[in-house]
Design a protein around this ligand. Structure first.
Ligand code: CAA
Length: 247
């Protein structure tokens, strides 16, 4: 059987790396993106290679439609058509609304939400033609419940799920599923960047499981959604948050 091609945006580190590893372990040819100009990708590829993972990485500014187009064209030519797209790239610019500038708003909306259109647009026609595809949008518990200091991030993550539901309807008959996952607080750099005092006093007490999640726990869910068995699951927003928000 030919390998499926899985593209994970923002795959170097955090959740993305765990997702790349899991999909590779299940037999996919895994490709990730890096921001043009970021030279650290070589080091990451080599570390992964030493661990036995032959990932490929392509430059892509996910906020830019033309860059997304060029990236997908190159991946398709060099690796093959994309079967699984994981829209994982994301940033935070946390601050209260009072302090938030237009630039802080735009940066988060462009990276976390416009990117979903930019990337999905490049792969959807091919998935529909081949009658098989999986799109998995990585949102957040904070898109479901809101979060202090995250008007930009919560708006973008909630927007992702609106996109998911609408597109899932349009392609349901074509063998393509589109889903959102909404992780809670996972032990990645994005979360450990939160001031410790805020983490201890405001966030951890809200998590019934009493700990941060592990990237591997999120990767396991992505792998399931990407699998053949998940063909009947579409348009969903799956919460994976240690019980922090029961939606
Ligand atoms: N809930 C309620 N009140 C909060 C709060 C919260 N989560 N966070 C801060 N506050 C309160 C503080 O207690 C403080 O109150 P007082 O003025 O009464 O003392 C007030 O807000 C101001 O707090 P700061 O001094 O921290 O203000 P700041 O302007 O320096 O920073 C902030 C504000 C940037 C929002 C900072 O509090 C922060 O980083 N909070 C964490 C935001 C967060 O949870 N981000 C999630 C990142 S992880 C992620 O996004 C991944 C994912 O998908 C889950």
């Amino acid at each position: 059987m030919t390998k499926r091609v899985a593209l994970v945006t923002g795959g170097m580190g955090g959740l993305g790396e765990a997702i790349c590893i899991k999909l590779a372990e299940l037999g996919d040819a895994v490709v990730t993106t890096y921001s043009p100009g970021n030279t650290k990708y070589r080091e990451w590829l080599s570390t992964m290679n030493n661990m036995g993972y032959g990932f490929r990485a392509f430059p892509c500014d996910v906020t830019d439609f033309d860059s997304a187009h060029a990236c997908i064209e190159a991946v398709t030519k060099e690796v093959g058509p994309i079967d699984v797209l994981v829209n994982n790239a994301g940033i935070t610019r946390d601050m209260t609304f009072k302090k938030m500038t237009k630039d802080d708003w735009d940066a988060v909306i462009h990276t976390n939400l416009d990117s979903v259109f930019n990337m999905t647009k490049q792969v959807m026609d091919g998935m529909v033609e081949r009658k098989w595809g999986r799109v998995i949008n990585v949102a957040s518990v904070n898109g479901q419940k809101g979060a202090f200091g995250q008007t930009n991030y919560s708006a973008a993550k909630a927007g992702m799920h609106g996109f998911t539901k609408a597109l899932a309807l349009e392609v349901a008959k074509r063998g393509v599923t589109v889903n959102t996952i909404s992780p809670g607080y996972i032990g990645t750099k994005m979360v450990t960047a939160i001031p410790q005092e805020i983490l201890d006093s405001k966030i951890l007490p809200q998590i019934p499981v009493s700990r941060l999640g592990k990237p591997e726990e999120i990767a396991g869910l992505v792998a399931y959604l990407a699998s053949e068995e998940a063909a009947f699951l579409t348009g969903a927003n799956i919460s994976i948050n240690g019980g922090q928000h029961m939606y």
